[in-house]
Design a protein around this ligand. Structure first.
Ligand SMILES: Cc1cc2nc3c(=O)[nH]c(=O)nc-3n(C[C@H](O)[C@H](O)[C@H](O)COP(=O)(O)O)c2cc1C
Length: 421
C-alpha cells in the first residue's frame, strides 16, 4: 500500500517533527499566522526577516521606515546611495519585535524558524546579517534558515552567541558544490547545519540556478548530495523543495532519503498567507503559460513570477532612502543604475519604464511582484469556486493535512462555503 507523508517523521537531534516545512516567503507572505499553524500542527513554519522594518511598521505600528526616509531625505534624487545606511539598533529592535510577538503566540509541538536571505546586503552585509541573526536568537526563534546568496562565513558571525549550538541552523543550497563549499568553510566551527534544504529549479522566489534552470532536476540533485553525505559519513537531514505539489510527491522524496519536504506555493492561497486577497485570486487564476523566470531582480539571480505582475517594467524612482535592502557593500543596486540610465535617455518624460531591472524592495513591499513556484499553474485544482467565479481561499490547516494524509496524488477539496457555481 502506498504510504502517506504522515507515516514519516523528521528527526533533528532529539526533536521529532511532522515532516512538512513551510518555506520562508519574503516580505511577510509567510506571515506569523501561517508559520504558527505549521508549528501548531507539529511541523515547521517560517517567518521571514525580509524588509523587517516595513513589516513591523505594518504589524506593530512602529515608524522605522519614516524615520529612515526622513534621515536621508536630501539624497532621494541622487543616484549615489552609498551613504544610506541602516541604523543597527533599530534593526535589532525590529527583528526582536517580529520574532517575540510570533513566539509568544506559538502553540503545539512544532517549530518556527526565520528565513534570512543573505542577498539582502543592506549596504553593510556582515554587520546587518550578524544583527539580524543574533536578534532573532535573542528573541527566542527556534531556528534560522540561511537562504539565497549564502555567504560562506555566516555561521561564524554568531559563533559567540549563547544559543549558537542549541538553536537549529540550516542552509538552502541548489547543488552539491554549494554544500561542499559551505561545509569546508565552516569546518573550523565544529558545528554542522542541523538540516539542509535542497531547492530545485521549480521553486518560487529567487533560483539558485542560471537561466538554464530547466536542465536541472530536484531528485537528481538530492540523490547526488545524499550519496556524497553517505560517503562522507555525514548525518544531516536533507529537505527537498521546489515543485512538491501533492502528498505523494513528498512521499516519493522521503522514500528516497529525504527527511522532510519544504513547500510554499500551495500555501500562497491560504487565508493565513500574507498576500492580499485579490493577489491570491491572481495566483489561483494563473496558468502555467502565465508564469516566467526572468532576470529583473537586481540581485542577479533569476526569479520566477506571474507575467502580469504590475511591478514588471515599472519605472518608479528608487526608494533606497526608505528601504535599501538590496544595496550591496558599496551602496550599489542594479535597479538604481538602470533607472538613472533610462532617466538620462528620456529627459523630461513624466513616467519612464525600466524593463531590465525592477525596484524589488518597493514592489515586494507593495505585493506588486507576484513570485510563485512553477506549480502555481495548478492551484485552481486545489479549491472550489464561488457563484461569482472567485476561488475559495483555503485554510493552512487544510493544505497542511492534505500534504500529510493524501495518497495517489489526490488533492482533497475544501467544503464549499457558499453555493457552487
Ligand atoms: C511567494 C513566494 C515567496 C518566496 N520567498 C522566499 C524567500 O523570501 N526566501 C527564500 O529562501 N525562499 C523563498 N521562496 C521559496 C520557498 O521558501 C520554497 O523553498 C519553494 O518555493 C518551495 O517550492 P514550492 O513553492 O514549489 O512548494 C518563496 C516562494 C514563494 C512561492
Amino acid at each position: 500500500m502506498m504510504k502517506r507523508l504522515d507515516d514519516f517523521r523528521l528527526r533533528m537531534g532529539r526533536d521529532e517533527l511532522v515532516p512538512i516545512m513551510i518555506g520562508g516567503m519574503g516580505v511577510d507572505i509567510s506571515s506569523a499566522d501561517l508559520a504558527l499553524e505549521a508549528a501548531r500542527l507539529g511541523g515547521v513554519g517560517h517567518i521571514s526577516d525580509a524588509m523587517i522594518k516595513t513589516v513591523t511598521d505594518r504589524r506593530y505600528q512602529t515608524k522605522y521606515v519614516k524615520a529612515k526616509q526622513a534621515q536621508y531625505k536630501h539624497n532621494m534624487t541622487s543616484s549615489d546611495k552609498s551613504e544610506v545606511k541602516f541604523n543597527l539598533g533599530d534593526l535589532a529592535e525590529a527583528t526582536r519585535l517580529h520574532v517575540q510577538h510570533t513566539m509568544e503566540r506559538k502553540r503545539g509541538n512544532g517549530m518556527v524558524f526565520i528565513n534570512c536571505m543573505e542577498k539582502l546586503t543592506m549596504n553593510a552585509p556582515k554587520d546587518t546579517l550578524k544583527i539580524r541573526m543574533a536578534s532573532a536568537l535573542d528573541a527566542g526563534i527556534d531556528g534560522i534558515t540561511l537562504a539565497a546568496g549564502l555567504h560562506l562565513g555566516s555561521f561564524a558571525l554568531i559563533e559567540d552567541h549563547p544559543r549558537f549550538r542549541d538553536a537549529k541552523l540550516g542552509i538552502i543550497v541548489s547543488s552539491l558544490r554549494a554544500l561542499q563549499l559551505f561545509l569546508k568553510k565552516n569546518s573550523r566551527l565544529n558545528r554542522l547545519p542541523d538540516y539542509v534544504v535542497v531547492e530545485g529549479p521549480l521553486a518560487g522566489g529567487h533560483l539558485g540556478f542560471g537561466m538554464d534552470w530547466a536542465q536541472y532536476d530536484l531528485a537528481t540533485i538530492v540523490a547526488d548530495i545524499r550519496a556524497w553525505l553517505v560517503a562522507e559519513q555525514l548525518d544531516i537531514p536533507l529537505i527537498p523543495a521546489g515543485g512538491i505539489f501533492t502528498g505523494s510527491d513528498a512521499v516519493r522524496f522521503l522514500e528516497n532519503g529525504g527527511a522532510a519536504v519544504q513547500v510554499a506555493t500551495r500555501f500562497t492561497v491560504t487565508r493565513e498567507c500574507g498576500l492580499p486577497d485579490d493577489v491570491k485570486q491572481e495566483y489561483f487564476k494563473a496558468d502555467e503559460d502565465d508564469i516566467e523566470v526572468n532576470e529583473i531582480s537586481p540581485t542577479g539571480y533569476p526569479m520566477r513570477m506571474i507575467k502580469a505582475s504590475p511591478g514588471i517594467g515599472d519605472g518608479i524612482r528608487p526608494n533606497c532612502e526608505a528601504y535599501g535592502y538590496l544595496l550591496d557593500a558599496n551602496g550599489k543596486c542594479a535597479y538604481v543604475d538602470a533607472y538613472y540610465r533610462e532617466l538620462a535617455a528620456h529627459p523630461g518624460e513624466k513616467r519612464i519604464s525600466v524593463k531590465d531591472k525592477t525596484c524589488l524592495c518597493t514592489h515586494m513591499r507593495n505585493f506588486a511582484i507576484w513570485t510563485c513556484g512553477q506549480t502555481a499553474g495548478r492551484l485552481k485544482a486545489t479549491t472550489v469556486r464561488a457563484a461569482d467565479g472567485s476561488y475559495q481561499l483555503l485554510s493552512a490547516e487544510h493544505v497542511f493535512n492534505d500534504y500529510l494524509l493524501s495518497t495517489d496524488d489526490q488533492i482533497r477539496l475544501p467544503e464549499p462555503e457558499t453555493a457552487l457555481a
